[in-house]
Structures are given as C-alpha cells and as structure tokens.
Design a protein around this ligand. Sequence first.
Ligand code: PLP
Length: 395
Amino acid sequence: MDRIYFDHAATTPVSKNVLDKMMPYFTDVFGNAHSQHSFGRVAIKGVDEARSQVSKAIGCLPNEVYFTGSGTEANNWAIKGAALAKQARGKHIITSQIEHPSVLNNCKWLEKHGFEVTYLPVDSEGFVIVDELKKAMRQDTILVSIMLANNEVGSIQPYKQINEVIKQYKGCLYHVDAVQAIGAIKVDVKDIGCDLLTLSGHKFYGPKGVGALFIRNGLKIEKLIIGGGQERAMRGGTTNTPAVVGLGQAIQDAIANMPQYTAHCQSLRDRFISRVESEIPMVKLNGPRTNRLPNNANFSFEFIEGEGILFRLDLAGIAVSSGSACSSGSLEPSHVLQAMGVDIVLCHGSIRFSFGSANTVEQVDYAVEKLKEIVKFLREMSPLFNLNEGEAKNV
Ligand code: PLP
C-alpha cells in the first residue's frame, strides 16, 4: 500500500488544474502586477480574475476581497485592524476558547495593549454557547470573532444565531475565520452576516502562503502590512501573482466540486467512524455527530498517548495529526478538547483524521486494521491499561 494521507485539515496538495493555471505566472507572465507596461497588465488580469473568482465563491463584490500572505495574516489583520479602528467606541472583544492560535494569540496580544477579551466557552460537542454570547455582549463590544468550523473537531458553529445576537448591538463587527469551511460547506458572507471573513488557499487544493480577507464595503479597518499601494493601498507588498491566481482557481473548483467532494469525504469518514467505534474498544469520538465538517473524524483512545499512535501510524505510512501541540519540549493537550471538557488523559490520547479527494475505501479499511493492531500493542504496554484491566477482572 502506498503512503496514505489523512491530514487534509493541515494542508491539501495543489490540484493539477490549479497548478496548470499557476505555471505560466512563474515564467511567461512574470510581470509585477502593478507595473504599467504590458507585462504588468497581463499579470494584473490574472489577479483580477482571481479576485472575481473569490467574490463569486463567497457572495461578495470583487472589491471586497483583499489578498494576504496566509490565513494567519488575514486573521491578524481582521482582529488587530478592527480593534485599532474601533477603539474610540470601546475596547471589548469577544472570541471563543476553540479558535485557531492565529485568532487566540492576537486576542492575547490585544489584552497586553489595553483591550479586554471574553473567551466564550463551548459545549461538550464543540459548539459555541449562544446564550453565553448574549451574556457577554456589551455596549462597548467592538468585535466578535468566531470561526465557522473548528479545525480539530469539525464542529460547524451556529453562525446565524451568533449573527442575530451581534446585530442587536449597532457598530459591533463580526469576523469569521472560514479557513476550514471553504469547499466543505456553503460560505456566503451575506447569509452569515459577517463584516470580515478569512480564508486560506492551501486548505482547498490551492497553494500555501496565500489567503484572503473579505472586508465589507464601507468598513474601514486599520492596515496591518504597511508598504506600497498594492491591494488598493490596504496591504503593501508585491502581489504573489502565481499564488493568488492559484487561490482563485482553487476556490472556483472547490465550489464547483463541492457536492461530489463532500459526499465522497463524508462516506469515507462515516465508514471510518463506524468501523473504529465497533471494532476498537474504549474509544471516544470527539466533536459532534451532526453539523460536523464532512471530512473530519477525531478520536480519543483510552490509556494511550496520541503521539504513540501517530508515530506508529506514520511508520505504517499513514499520516494523521494528534491533538497535542508540541510547545517548549512538552506536549500541551489540545485547547479545543480541554474547552469541550474532555478529560485531560483522553485529550492526550486524541488523533485527528481528515479525509480528502484522493482517499479511498481501501485506504480507510487498511488504516482501521493498522489502528487496531497499534492500539492493542500500545495498550498491552500501558501500565495504566493493565492496572485497569486487572481491576476490571477483580470485579
Ligand atoms: N484558521 C484555521 C481555522 C486554520 O485551521 C488555519 C490553519 O490551519 C489557519 C487559520 C491559518 O491559516 P494559514 O495556514 O494559511 O496561516
């Protein structure tokens, strides 16, 4: 069996169609998109087309789309830019405890600079509790930033209810990190009712190192990357034309392929979940069973460390992701699982499996067989498991 990639929430390969579209922009169409001569003019045509492709995909106008160097940069810009622009009105921001670090760490940075941040709790399935949002809203709340879909457990947030609450506070901005949602669920800025929305090329078969921020027309936020006049003088830096062109093609393809893509991923995911739950004892599915990204499965395996499973799966040629983040030499349990109230030991035993277009039923079945062997092997070595087994036998 060739190597198997089950980590599409981390990144996806660039599709052949996207790569073909990008290639000329490295060579023949290499001009600076802001040059006034013919080389620049053909390059800017590619950028304009990409802007229009993004706008059609998310239901906005082309001039509401600003290209950035990543989803992380778009989140930085949305949060810092909105906070700095609106600080005369108030200094209170609301986000959730399960956001991506590019949101959470920006909020922490703002706290150091005089802003106050409320981190909303989530329920045991990973959904933001809307009543907590209602309680947290204040007259001086200037920004609410809540992701559309969680990257670890795939919970799709109740964005409509969230918007209903925010709408009652005039002047409060709504930012949505939609990085994991594009291509997986319908993303329409009008339907969501947001003022700002982040996306990132490499999560939907486009290139890495390119993202976009939707900024609703009429809204003025502070600039983050200050330089020349690029992106209508809102984001300096020579446009990464091949990447922008790639992102445009990728989002257009993602929307066109969405029905087949999501059906394919969901059938693999459901097969995987049902086999793991019925064939491996003492497992817990983290996250919801409905309103979940079609390609996400996240399991905790009792009595074993996620890393042990991850490394052994890797040796078997299967790539997955663990819920722990390696920081300063120690393994930090996932902040998302902790916020959901998952027991700390189970947090350490969690693995995320995220499926994609090239995955097959055979790969899923092979991975389940390997997983069964690995879990059995690691449990036999686990003193905690043996202790528990012994206790169970004594009952
Ligand atoms: N937001 C979410 C929910 C993500 O999953 C990621 C990446 O994993 C990002 C933001 C950051 O995007 P990028 O990798 O383009 O910086």
